[in-house]
Structures are given as structure tokens and as C-alpha cells.
Design a protein around this ligand. Structure first.
Ligand SMILES: [Zn+2]
Ligand SMILES: [Zn+2]
Length: 655
């Protein structure tokens, strides 16, 4: 045996110079940047003596893994490893620990909550390194703010609002959790600024405000100009260098106020006192990449882990925050009834008698009342017309058989103007010689009217009145107080200088009939958001039946009442937030395998699988178990390359 080996070429022995290692705690615990679930654990590396001082928990490192150099982050240092032989760390990237212990704990908790991996959540929590931003000197100083009369006035509009602001200004916010729906006739930013002033009137402590989009950030920037020396902005729009510089100013404790979009919810604010989340039901608050976390739930985890206060506000109230209130985890801050009586818009929906008296009103898209209210409003100032759909005539169908009018590619056809040729929304092809595939008719009709066509119709009815339309790529953010018709899609409504004198919320019925669990909740949110822009006691026409609950919510200006009813429905049907839901997407057979594995450990109700999707529902107390099980299954499957990928969405926005 040994003789035979003599004839084989000798294998070169690996030349490994004995590197001197750090004397104390020579083992670094590293999370590597790899999204595969079976690599979602801590790997140990030895620390060369030369790197001893630089390797602290939280620094970025380069490590060798499976023959390649990849990035990682150090999460701890220990004296001994259970692994037999360790590779050394290759390099330390940047001198600063960029992952604080608090952020590491939050990232871990979010990964667990949403059955995801540490590295996926880490990518959201810590922006990519930018060396130039790192070397730039930071010049910010911390600053103390003052509480103004206006700030007290803002919160005096809410029951218990004064006490809340008082606590914030005395540094007694620990574990306060509140939910508020904005009171009408004053900008929501005023409520947020008051809280910022209260916390920053203390010598130390920080505030984090997370909003859905860049426009919300801009609105807050405009009203916190006096605090810009201690304010950091965190949103993707800033570009990588500026964003990293702002991130570092937070990390270094130079910014006590952080305003940002989605990922900002992880910002490492020092001595964090208060997290404010505005408009938690906006779809921009859901991370589109795995593990699909959302701002509201991450903020709640953060409040629990760090003991900081959490206030979630919005134009209306989400069904999830309603469940916080009913479970006693959070308190509702309702607008004062006196304030509402004096300021809430006067909302008119379509009454049964109206419909009986004017049968045309039942089918007319723009009922008589709407024209009348718009005309009256235009005597004094701007009037808002809210239209849910973009474009001109965005949806066409066959005039004869009413089948949707489709392009050869299967995409829907739309009209860009009155005399345009129908065009495909997907491939852009013009369909000049369209004929119905069902009945061969060549005539089509509009099944939905967009914002541009609506602007045209109002323009004809009010000749000489300026028409402003705002939607898609043509967004106006502000209009002055002179009479004008402003036609806008939800979220694109300009702010009117002194508020709108009247409003018409069109196609309300259609919004309620959209498919999905949140159709009514979303419609109500959009109506409240528009109505918040009205002058005190302005007239608002909502083109849906008066008796509907969602319509009553606006008529009574009581978003809490509506959320209570929505939650009662969810309880009756056992749907989230009454239960925890996991939506699984993948190949049919893979889904079956995963569902069977889940059922072995957790008691669940399964809907599907159909069309590559299944919904798994578990009791709330089983939620953590469900997430852990799904993660364990993902780990086991990812280790075997032959198995198909199943995507997991825990508590998604839509089932
Ligand atoms: Zn047809
Ligand atoms: Zn097409």
C-alpha cells in the first residue's frame, strides 16, 4: 500500500504560515453576506494579531468563504470556537462599527418575525458603505428645541393629547404606545413637529420619524428647518454618498432627529425616545424584497426591544393598529368632539331619496349634487376632484358583448385622448384595427374614466375656470387660494394654500368593489387623506351610497369606528390580524411539500394551493412557531439544490 503511494505524484502540502493570533478573544463571530437560508447562521473566524484592535463587534469584514472573498459583519468576539479549524479574517472594511448591538438585535428579531435571513434584513438596515462619506468630517452639533404655543394647540385637539405632549417634554415616554388618526383642518405635519419639539426640548434623546415617500419627507423638512443642524434625512432619493453620510451622523450621535422612508425604521438613533410612523397602511411601508417586512411591525418590535415610545398615525386607522388598541398594547388618541364639530368637513353621500328622486343619479358618474357643490365651492377658492384612475379612458371593453378589449399580447387597451387610436398598456402597440375576439365587433366602450378625461369634462362644464390635473408624471404639490378645479388621483392631491373650499370624491363605489381584503380600508384611507386637505366645514361629496359603513366612516369622521367594524369582520372570518398569515408562492409540488412539513409542527388552516400560491393561517399565539418552522424548512430545502424555491410572505399587505 505505502509502496504504491511512492509512485504517485506528491501532493503539495498547503503552505500556511503560522499567523500570530489576537491574544484575548481571538475568535470573531461573523454574519456573512449570503441570502441562502442554510448559510443564515454565525461563522467563526480567527483574528490575526495585526487586526486585533480593528476587529470589534459591528465592523464590516472581508472573509474567505467557499473559496471566495465575501463581505460580512462581526457580531461578537469569543475566546474559543467549537469549529475544529478556523480561517483567519482577511481584512477589516472601515474603522467604524456600523452595526450597533441594538440594531443587531432588531435585525435578528425582524428576520425571525418574517422567517427571513439576517443578511437580507441587514441590507435594509445598514446602507452600503461609501468610503468618501466615511472620511468627510462631520460638523453637526446636537441642538435643543423649544416647544411652541402651536405645538400645544396641535395636541389639544386630541383627547389625552395634552398629557401626551407633556410626558414627551418631560422625558417620560418610555413604553408609551399610541395610535392617532389625524384631526381635520390642520396639517398632519404639525402633530409630528410638536412631538419632535417636545422630545428635543430635553437635553438628550432622539426621535425617529418614518413616512411612506419622498414627498412626506419634504413636507417634514419644510417645517423642521430650525433643527437642520441635528436632523438626518434617510431616503433612497438622496443617492449613496449623501445617504451614507447621513447614516453616519446618526450612528455617531450627531443627529437627534431622523426623518426618512421605509429603511429608516432601522436607523441607529442614540438614546431613542420616540418612533413616529406616519401612514402605516400605505403600500410603500412594505419591503418589496425578502423577507417582506413592513414598517409598522418593525417599529413595534423596536419599541419592545428598546423600550422607546411608538406613535402610529395616519389619515385613517389601519385594522392592525386597531387590533393593538383592542389588545391593550396601544392607546387610541381620538380627535376632540368639539374640534370635529367646528372643523370636520360636511360630507354628503348619495341618499336613497336622492336616488329615488333623480334616477339618473344612480347611474351618472358625476351626480347632480357633485356639480352643485363644485360650483358653490368655486365662488371662494379651489375645489378638489379626486379620481381613482390615471390616464384618459384607461379601460375599454367591447361595446356589444362587454368582454375586455385586449391587445394581441393580452394586455388591456386604453385611450390616451378622445380621438386617439387605442393603445396597449403593456406593449404599447396601437390597435387601430381592433376587433373583439369574442363577437368580432369593432366598437368599444369605456369602462373606466381617468383623471385626464375627468378634467376635460369639468373644464367643459366650467368654461373659464383654471383646471389643474395632478397624477402620474404630472404631479402638482401646491395650489394657491384662488378658484380653480384641481383634478387628482389619490396621493397626488396638491395642498391648497388655505384648504379646499369643496371636494368631490368620484368613482367611490368602484373603489369599494376592488378585489382583496383591504378594498374598503384602502378606500377609506384615501378619502380621509383627501378630506384632510379641506377647509373647516367644507362640503365634500362622496359618490357612494350613504348607508355603506365605509361611507359612514367619513360622514361621521370616525376612522376608529370603521376600524373596529373591519376588525370585527376579520375576527368572524379568522383572517389577519386576528390570525397570522403566511402566503407561500412556488411550484405546486413544492408548495404541497412545504405545507405538509408545516402541518407536522404547527396547527394551521390552509387555503389552496392554487395558481402557484397557498395561504397558511395560524392562531396569533402560534405566530412565532409558524415563522420558525417556515425558516427551518427554508434552511433544509436551500441546502439541497434540487428542491424548488418557495417564497414566504408573512403578514403581507394582501393575501
Ligand atoms: Zn365582443
Ligand atoms: Zn400589447
Amino acid at each position: 500500500m505505502s509502496d504504491q503511494l511512492e509512485f504517485l505524484p506528491k501532493r503539495a502540502k498547503p503552505v500556511r504560515k503560522a499567523t500570530a493570533l489576537a491574544e484575548v478573544n481571538p475568535v470573531a463571530q461573523v454574519r456573512i453576506d449570503a441570502p441562502l437560508p442554510h448559510l443564515d447562521r454565525i461563522f467563526d473566524y480567527s483574528i490575526p494579531a495585526a487586526l486585533d484592535e480593528q476587529v470589534q463587534p459591528g465592523v464590516r469584514v472581508r472573509v474567505r468563504f467557499a473559496g471566495r472573498l465575501i463581505n460580512g459583519v462581526v457580531v461578537g468576539r469569543i475566546s474559543e470556537s467549537e469549529a475544529k479549524s478556523l480561517r483567519p479574517l482577511e481584512r477589516v472594511l472601515g474603522p467604524e462599527p456600523i452595526l450597533t448591538p441594538a440594531t443587531a438585535a432588531l435585525v435578528t428579531a425582524v428576520a425571525e418575525r418574517f422567517a427571513g435571513t439576517f443578511s437580507d434584513v441587514f441590507r435594509s438596515a445598514v446602507p452600503p458603505r461609501h468610503a468618501r462619506a466615511e472620511s468627510a468630517p462631520s460638523t453637526r452639533a446636537t441642538k435643543v428645541a423649544e416647544l411652541h404655543e402651536d405645538d400645544w394647540a396641535s395636541w389639544d385637539r386630541y383627547v389625552h393629547g395634552h398629557a401626551l405632549l407633556q410626558r414627551a417634554s418631560e422625558g417620560r415616554l418610555a413604553n408609551v404606545r399610541g395610535v392617532w388618526g389625524s384631526a381635520p383642518a390642520k396639517a398632519w405635519t404639525a402633530d409630528v413637529v410638536a412631538l419632535i419639539h417636545a422630545v428635543l426640548s430635553q437635553e438628550t434623546g432622539g426621535v425617529l420619524v418614518v413616512v411612506p415617500n419622498a414627498w412626506d419627507v419634504q413636507q417634514l423638512v419644510a417645517v423642521t428647518d430650525d433643527l437642520k443642524d441635528t436632523r438626518a434625512l434617510l431616503s433612497a432619493e438622496l443617492g449613496p454618498e449623501r445617504r451614507y453620510r447621513e447614516f453616519l451622523s446618526v450612528l455617531r450621535g450627531q443627529s437627534r432627529l431622523v426623518v426618512g422612508t421605509r429603511n429608516a425604521v432601522f436607523a441607529p438613533v442614540q438614546n431613542l425616545q420616540l418612533v413616529i410612523v406616519w401612514d402605516d397602511a400605505d403600500d410603500a411601508c412594505w419591503e418589496p424584497q425578502a423577507p417582506y417586512w413592513n414598517v409598522r411591525d418593525v417599529a413595534a418590535l423596536r419599541s419592545q426591544l428598546e423600550g422607546c415610545a411608538l406613535l402610529v398615525g395616519g389619515p385613517s386607522r389601519s385594522v392592525e393598529t386597531q387590533s393593538w388598541i383592542e389588545s391593550g398594547w396601544a392607546t387610541a388618541l381620538e380627535p376632540e368632539r368639539d374640534w370635529l364639530r367646528a372643523h370636520a368637513p360636511v360630507v354628503r353621500a348619495l341618499e336613497t331619496e336622492d336616488l329615488a328622486r333623480d334616477p339618473a343619479a344612480a347611474s351618472a358618474r358625476i351626480p347632480h349634487t357633485a356639480w352643485a357643490v363644485a360650483k358653490e365651492g368655486l365662488r371662494t377658492g379651489p375645489v378638489l376632484i379626486q379620481v381613482p384612475r390615471k390616464g384618459y379612458l384607461p379601460l375599454l371593453s367591447c361595446q356589444q358583448c362587454r368582454e375586455p378589449a385586449l391587445c394581441a399580447c393580452g394586455g388591456p387597451l386604453s385611450l390616451k385622448s378622445q380621438n386617439a387610436v387605442p393603445q396597449c398598456m403593456w406593449c404599447g402597440a396601437l390597435a387601430g384595427s381592433w376587433s373583439c375576439t369574442n363577437c368580432q365587433s369593432t366598437k368599444f366602450r369605456a369602462v373606466a374614466t381617468g383623471v385626464e378625461r375627468t378634467a376635460e369634462e369639468f373644464g367643459r362644464a366650467f368654461p373659464g375656470t383654471p383646471i389643474i390635473w395632478s397624477s402620474g408624471d404630472n404631479i402638482h404639490r401646491q395650489v394657491d387660494a384662488t378658484p380653480a378645479l384641481v383634478v387628482a388621483t389619490p396621493g397626488a392631491e396638491p395642498i391648497a394654500a388655505d384648504g379646499y373650499c369643496a371636494m368631490v370624491l368620484l368613482d367611490a363605489r368602484g373603489q369599494l368593489m376592488r378585489p382583496g381584503l383591504r378594498a374598503s380600508e384602502e378606500a377609506v384611507r384615501r378619502w380621509f387623506a383627501a378630506a384632510l386637505l379641506a377647509r373647516p366645514k367644507a362640503h365634500v361629496v362622496l359618490t357612494a351610497d350613504h348607508a355603506l359603513m365605509s361611507v359612514q366612516a367619513l360622514v361621521r369622521w370616525d376612522a376608529g369606528w370603521f376600524a373596529t367594524r373591519e376588525l370585527a369582520d376579520r375576527k368572524a372570518t379568522g383572517l389577519p390580524p386576528e390570525s397570522r398569515a403566511a402566503v407561500l408562492k412556488g411550484e405546486h409540488n413544492d408548495l404541497i411539500e412545504v405545507i405538509e412539513s408545516v402541518q407536522r409542527t404547527v396547527e394551521v388552516r390552509v387555503l389552496g394551493p392554487t395558481d402557484g400560491k397557498a395561504i397558511v393561517l395560524a392562531a396569533r399565539k402560534e405566530g412565532a412557531q409558524l415563522a420558525a418552522t417556515l425558516h427551518a424548512i427554508a434552511v433544509a430545502r436551500s441546502a439541497k439544490a434540487a428542491l424548488g424555491v418557495v417564497h414566504v410572505y408573512l403578514d403581507p399587505r394582501e393575501l
